[in-house]
Design a protein around this ligand. Structure first.
Ligand SMILES: Cc1ncc(COP(=O)(O)O)c(C=O)c1O
Length: 268
């Protein structure tokens, strides 16, 4: 640590990314990547974009946002694309939590949540899992804090039902509930259908796992327009061009070839 490092980060324990070996001797799954390659349209879209790399990317990722909105039956203004879903999770911690708006999440869950909390000076409560590693819904009913839950949870792989998620969201109307659906395509019910009824619900997903694009870094959030506007304020105050041209083009192509990825998920 240098003597210049800000006091506020001196005790920060950074997230340790999963091992990324450089040889290709294995079918690499340790950070839950897909073993299947991206679809043909993604490869073509990325190559076509190379020529335009001298230009900044579209800060709104207009086409990919519209395609995602159509896929999930929401409005484009209810969708925000980010540089992996880690980025939208961090944006959400920044936007909705602070010293007087703490956050709760399960113990055990995705190891980045406490790091986002520490990074942003947010107090957090960890809620133990039940003996069978499931999340006890009753622990979150009216908990009076913001909440982040991975559904299915990681690394347990156990999922809450849509009605269980709804109970948690409905019982905390004055707090934001983030449902991190990084693994939802592998067999859980998405909470996206609830966003029209709950202004406190943010659903996040990623192209890293089910859509074979971990290396492209594309994630997104779906929530009511006001929540998305808040997240955009954070985005435009940090990195307006957070989704690069090749990744936006790849994402659009992947959405158009959604059935290829859903078939891979069923196989996995
Ligand atoms: C539960 C969960 N959420 C979010 C992420 C972040 O994924 P990405 O930033 O690649 O979208 C991961 C990655 O391992 C994860 O396991």
């Amino acid at each position: 640590m240098s003597r210049f490092f800000s006091e506020k980060y001196r005790n920060l324990e950074a997230y340790t990314p999963g091992e990324q070996p450089r040889d290709m001797k294995y079918v690499k799954l340790n950070t839950n990547e897909s073993p299947y390659p991206p679809s043909a349209g993604v490869l073509a879209a990325v190559s076509a974009e190379v020529d335009r790399l001298r230009l900044y990317s579209d800060p709104e990722s207009t086409e990919a946002t519209a395609a995602l909105a159509a896929l999930y039956g929401v409005k484009p203004s209810e969708v925000l694309l980010t540089n992996g879903s880690d980025e939208i999770l961090n944006f959400a911690f920044m936007a909705f939590c602070d010293a007087t708006h703490p956050i709760a999440f399960p113990d055990i869950t995705y190891g980045f949540y406490p790091v986002f909390a520490e990074l942003n000076g947010i107090p957090y409560e960890t809620v133990p899992l039940a003996e069978d590693f499931s999340i006890r819904v009753e622990d979150y009913i009216g908990i009076g804090k913001n909440i982040v839950i991975a559904n299915p949870n990681a690394p347990t792989g156990l999922a809450l039902t849509l009605s269980e998620v709804e109970k948690i969201v409905a019982s905390n109307p004055d707090h934001v509930v983030i449902i991190d659906e990084a693994y939802v395509d592998f067999g859980a019910e998405s909470a996206v259908s609830l966003i029209s009824r709950y202004e406190n619900l943010l659903v996040t997903q990623t192209f890293s796992k089910s859509r074979s694009m971990a290396g492209a870094r594309l994630g997104f959030g779906i929530g009511c327009e006001a929540l998305i506007l808040d997240l955009k304020t954070i985005k435009y105050s940090t990195n307006p061009y957070n989704v690069n041209r090749m990744t936006a083009a790849a994402g659009l192509a992947a959405i158009r070839e959604n059935e290829y990825y859903m078939a891979n998920c069923r196989r996995i």
